[in-house]
Ligand binder design. Structure first.
Ligand SMILES: [Zn+2]
Length: 586
């Protein structure tokens, strides 16, 4: 007989037992998993099983062969139902024949446990209340009640009973009302039905007549993880890990979009989406999951809607805020892993500090024009963090964001994809994870470099004190906001008008930008953004200061950053040089 197969019709135990009959064996054990009428507090009316059959049969046969080898038994087999099953029907049968009953028991147990973990079979429950859902019974596969427990819990757990004739021909027969199988939330049938059907019919299927050929596949709207579960490093066990994980994505832009798409596709249980910005048309060349019609809407809302459309099994939590020291600890604490997809360094350091304090892993990436870097920080493993590498420059290096420095869409796309991949490696515990190093990749030359990072002895202290300082600053700022405080942005018709209003002007553009378009006024200063934000501000903080850049975005970000350091007399020229150029001939 084939040792593992699927059946679309009720399992015929009598004939299966006859197939396993062996006169040399004194022990025969079978396990029967039955469909029970409830799960997780919901009444189940009936359910469906589906399998990715070509793969499932191969893996099932491998498991049975392992059991035979491992326990030295004579024969074993497993049959699993697919299709629609009613309450009480047998979903899975495992039989083992051995010279002695103990080996038979253990082999039987091994097979059912391994089948639950490794064979791609999915279960959809239809509840009495009209709902239905693909359910994860990974935990059912965890070692629990044994076949020798004798419990009658008809609707509350395992109904197991074992008969044993311990004689020359011992016959043990265990019935268990259980979720008969493991499964992640997935739908095994791919949308490439033709391919699957072909593969199935080509696979050797030498079962008895009760195994009908695969019926025409339906096209249900359900998630399908078969392509990743086919990896032996993933399987049902890995899928269960992904399902159980909660990941916070900070920033739903160029880096965030691939991260969110891939993690939603992978079946992460819960995705937190942080972004306080609204979509702009200029985002679309790199933020490919949004549409032109979405412009003006909050990205966090749009991303959540997109996740729902991609994979309704993923729970989303929307945090449409700008992270600061007062809200970050609470938000971060709801997740197991944080992915930084922001383009500003103050948020990166804030996330670093919160994650060091909460001992949560965080995956950083930054992109600048044609290159970028990725770093995985593992405070949960006492690894190095951002402050180990940049102990002094807490907010250095805002050298330009995508809006100002310019970027081609695939660059953040590449780094976001790398972040998503590192996240999956971490969650699945795959080998080769980025550890104590910073990976730098230049996409123009395709050169990579890895910088080893070392943990600073004082690192957690740095993070803790920086966080405490930021929290008290944020609190003070909230309590000392004056109604006549200088707005973050101001409009002026010309720089001369600003100077007449008492502002000193700092052009924060890069030198090459100035070379093309000089600052259109006299008595202005030029301090590129990175220099402005690095360390102590190189200008007198008392006077009113107007920051100027090309479009007003960089100067606004710099203003917010400097305000967060207590410099309240800074403001930004709304619209930047572009507005001035329209109004005043340079
Ligand atoms: Zn550190």
């Amino acid at each position: 007989m084939t040792t593992f197969r699927f059946s679309r019709t009720p399992i015929d135990v009598t004939s299966l037992r006859a197939e396993l009959a062996d006169p040399t064996c004194g022990g025969y054990t079978s396990f029967e998993g039955l469909v029970r009428n409830h799960n997780e507090g919901l009444s189940v009316g009936h359910l469906e099983y589906e399998a990715f059959e070509p793969l499932a049969v191969k893996e099932g046969e491998r498991i049975v062969a392992e059991a035979i080898e491992r326990f030295g038994i004579e024969r074993a087999a497993c049959v699993h139902r697919v299709g629609d099953l009613a309450i009480g029907e047998m979903a899975v049968w495992v039989g083992a024949s051995a010279r002695h009953r103990d080996e038979a028991f253990r082999a039987c147990r091994y097979i059912i446990d391994e089948v639950k973990h490794r064979v791609p079979i999915w279960k959809k429950e239809h509840y009495e209340n009209g709902d239905s859902g693909w359910v994860n019974c990974e935990r059912c596969a965890a070692p629990s009640a044994d076949a020798d427990t004798h419990a009658h819990g008809d609707t509350q757990g395992a109904h197991t009973h074992a008969n044993s004739h311990t004689h020359a021909n011992s016959h043990t027969h265990a019935n268990s009302h259980t979720h008969a199988n493991s499964h992640s939330h997935a739908h095994p049938q791919s949308h490439e039905h033709g391919h699957n059907a072909t593969a199935a019919s080509e696979s050797p299927r030498v079962g008895p007549q009760s195994f009908s050929p695969m019926s025409a596949p339906r096209a249900p709207l359900a998630s399908d993880y078969s392509r990743q579960m086919a990896l032996k490093e993933v399987g049902a066990r890995g899928q269960g890990k992904l399902r159980a994980s909660r990941v916070l994505v900070v920033g739903c832009g160029g880096l965030g979009v691939p991260v969110i798409s891939y993690l939603a596709g992978a079946g992460i249980g819960c995705l937190g989406l942080v972004d306080g910005d609204r979509l702009e048309a200029s985002n679309l060349h790199r933020q490919t999951m949004y549409a032109l019609a979405d412009v003006g809407n909050l990205k966090a809302d749009l991303a959540a809607a997109r996740v729902k459309a991609l994979n309704p099994e993923v729970e989303t939590r929307i945090h449409a805020v700008r992270l600061d020291a007062t809200n970050a600890p609470d938000i971060v604490s709801q997740y197991d892993l944080v992915i930084d997809c922001t383009d500003n360094f103050s948020t990166k350091f804030l996330l670093n500090d919160v994650c060091v304090q909460q001992r949560r892993p965080v995956i950083f990436s930054s992109v600048y024009q044609y290159e970028g870097q990725i770093q995985v920080v593992r405070p949960d493993r006492d690894g190095s963090c951002l402050r180990c590498i940049w102990p002094e420059a807490t907010r250095d290096g805002i050298v330009g964001n995508c809006a100002e420095a310019g970027v081609l869409g695939p660059v953040p796309g590449t780094f976001g994809s790398l972040q998503a991949f590192e996240a999956l490696k971490l969650l699945l515990d795959l080998p080769g994870q980025l550890g104590q190093e910073l990976l730098v990749l230049d996409l123009l030359t395709m050169s990579t470099s890895r910088v080893r990072t070392k943990r600073a002895a004082t690192c957690p202290d740095h993070a803790r004190s920086a966080l405490a300082r930021a929290q008290s600053e944020a609190t003070n700022r909230r309590s000392t906001v004056q109604p006549d405080e200088l707005p973050l942005e101001i409009e002026f018709g010309s720089l001369q008008a600003a100077q007449e209003a008492g502002f000193q002007i700092i052009d924060i553009r890069e030198p090459h930008e100035l070379a093309k378009i000089p600052t259109p006024a006299k008595n202005t200063r030029h301090i590129p953004m990175a220099g402005l934000l690095h360390g102590t501000p190189p200008f007198k903080p008392e006077g009113k200061t107007l920051l100027l850049c090309a479009s007003g975005k960089r100067s606004l970000a710099a203003t917010q950053e400097l305000r967060s350091r207590g410099l309240t007399s800074i403001t930004s020229l709304r619209g930047g040089l572009a507005t001035l150029n329209k109004r005043v001939p340079a």
